[in-house]
Design a protein around this ligand. Structure first.
Ligand code: N0T
Length: 539
């Protein structure tokens, strides 16, 4: 009955992000949905580019495509709108049975004004850029500029109106990203007269309610209300700029949702996730939704449901830390971008296992443009294949998985650079996940490493679907179970291990694993698959 309920969807219900007990779900057609995502390249928002995008999306087995819609493209002449690309895109997505997440490239794209229509780009009087203490222009537009906000908002509202008109009955488009990687490099905040005035005004109550002041020796004032400087000390410039950008985004998101109420999110070009927190010193884009200021976005931008990390850091400790930092009781874990090189594929197990709502490698697109060194050197099937393997295993049960995640039944790990085993605490059981193991035999042979495990590429996600029952999907990993908690100290063994898959909400068994296949733990090789495991204890 549980499985049936998971697949019972209601077409026509608007997608929304729901939260309960610190867990989150993206509801699509009335039921939790897992974004097995893929993001197209930055210049693939034209009809002629789409065939190469769809081919890559299909090979990656993605169920959702993230793709830009640029302000320059929809309003090339002020007040004249052209949504013909959106029409083509939505039609083709329906034909391919792929959902869409649209990325609004407006005032800021990677902090910069590159996607502004020409009539905005060069009219600094009407659409001013930020200025430093000496009045020198930054490259990046000011979040305090009334006319820029008005113009961006108008274009965005037209876009949302159009979406509602063509897709309001069907929701091919399930989410919208407002701007892309906002913030500013090289200048902590605007110093225009309007900005100065706001900087010396009291911090808005909505921000105070959500954003604590970091306690440190460099930040001694720490008042609970007052001006930005009084409340946030040495962090005031960054926090103020963050509020200004968040506020600008909120105005746009709110106006867009008033016309068509789709979930909306922002993405972040990360600051270093592991170095000790310190005031901005040119080391990241000030004003973006970095992990340390998610409270400002929550307070200032209630029409934004999620802030997601764009992960291009290859070090496993930094990736793990980032997943923690962007997963809070107020912020669902959603990875809107991650590099498209093979090493990132295993991170999907952690994101899906940790209750994340989605994951999307960047550059899943056969346009001959390599994203190396952020991502893969390859632009062909060798690039999409590692993601296709993972998505292929999750896809038939993505509705079940998303529901289990929302219920708090799932856990997930990815292999770290140290290759060490990782424990997973379950209800009544402890699982140990180890890597570089042979399928048959007990310990890793030092001089005989397992082929295909030269670099870390293991991952495992587990769902506890009953007291002693689990669904496990994994690659390049071994899992073993020991009794714990209510079962602690009892001898145990497998009651039954089935390989199979979900189909239309029902588990379909393909074979029972036993003998050599279970004697040394349950071993997953290079191709992911799904096991349903029942454990038992005796006296
Ligand atoms: C991303 C993408 C695209 C380890 C880069 C990443 C996308 C944007 N920016 O291909 O431009 O539109 O959101 C910034 C990565 C910063 C460097 C990290 C060093």
């Amino acid at each position: 009955a549980m499985a049936m309920a998971a697949s019972a969807t209601i077409a026509g219900e608007l997608p929304r992000v729901v939260s309960k007990d610190g867990r989150h779900a993206l509801m699509v057609d009335g039921a939790p949905y897992l974004i097995l995502g893929a993001q197209a390249h930055n210049s693939s928002n034209y009809p002629k580019a789409l065939p190469q995008v769809w081919a890559a999306v299909a090979d990656a087995q993605a169920n959702t495509l993230e793709i830009p819609i640029a302000w320059e493209q929809v309003e090339p002449v002020e007040g004249k709108f052209d949504f013909s690309f959106v029409d083509t895109l939505v039609k083709e997505a329906r034909d391919k049975d792929v959902r869409l997440v649209l990325l609004w490239f407006g005032t800021w794209k990677n902090t910069a004004p590159a996607y502004l229509p020409e009539w905005v780009k060069f009219d600094n009087k009407r659409f001013p850029r930020m200025v430093d203490e000496k009045g020198k222009s930054s490259y990046s537009h000011s979040p305090h500029a009334v006319e820029t906000l008005k113009a961006d908002k108008r274009a965005f509202v037209e876009f949302m109106k159009h979406l509602k008109a063509i897709d309001g009955d069907r929701q091919t488009v399930i989410m919208v990203q407002v701007q892309n990687e906002v913030g500013t490099y090289g200048l902590v905040r605007d110093h225009s007269p309007a900005a100065q005035k706001a900087f010396n005004a009291p911090v808005p109550a909505a921000v105070l309610a959500k954003q604590k002041s970091p306690r440190s020796s460099s930040n001694t004032l720490g008042k609970r209300s007052g001006t930005w400087k009084e409340v946030y000390g040495d962090y005031a410039d960054q926090y103020f700029h963050t509020w200004a950008v968040a506020n600008y985004i909120e105005e746009i998101a709110k106006a867009g949702r008033a016309v068509y109420d789709l979930p909306m999110f922002v993405n972040n070009a990360l600051r270093d996730p592991v170095e000790p927190l310190a005031p901005w010193k040119g080391n990241f884009a000030s004003g973006g939704p970095t992990y340390d200021v998610l409270g400002i976005y929550e307070g200032a931008a209630p029409h934004i449901d999620v802030a997601g990390p764009d992960i291009y850091l290859h070090e496993s400790d930094k990736i793990a830390k980032t997943l923690e930092q962007f997963h809070t009781k107020d912020n669902p874990l959603f990875v809107p971008e991650i590099g498209n090189s093979e090493d990132f594929a295993r991170v999907a197990y952690a994101v899906f296992g940790q209750g994340g709502i989605g994951f999307a490698p960047f550059g899943i697109d056969y346009f001959a443009f390599s994203n190396y060194p952020l991502g893969s050197k390859a632009t062909d099937k060798t690039m999409t294949e590692p993601f296709g393997k993972v998505y292929g295993a999750f896809r038939p049960m993505m509705r079940e998985w998303a529901k289990w995640g929302f219920e708090g039944r799932t856990r997930g790990v990815f292999e770290h650079d140290d290759r060490k085993p990782q424990d997973i605490a379950l209800n009544g059981w402890k699982a140990t996940v180890s890597f570089r193991q042979r399928q048959f035999g007990d310990s890793m042979e030092k001089n005989d490493p397992v082929e295909g495990t030269e670099k870390p590429n293991g991952g495992l996600a587990i769902a506890q679907i009953a007291d002693n029952e689990f669904i496990v999907v994994a690659q390049n990993a071994r899992i073993k179970f020991d009794p714990a908690g209510r079962n602690a100290g009892k001898p145990s063994m497998y009651a039954r291990v089935e390989e199979g898959q979900y189909a239309n909400g029902k588990w379909v068994m393909e074979r029972v694993w036993n003998g050599d296949q279970t004697d040394y733990g349950l071993n997953f090789g290079v191709k992911p698959f799904v096991l349903k495991i029942k454990l038992g204890t005796y006296q």
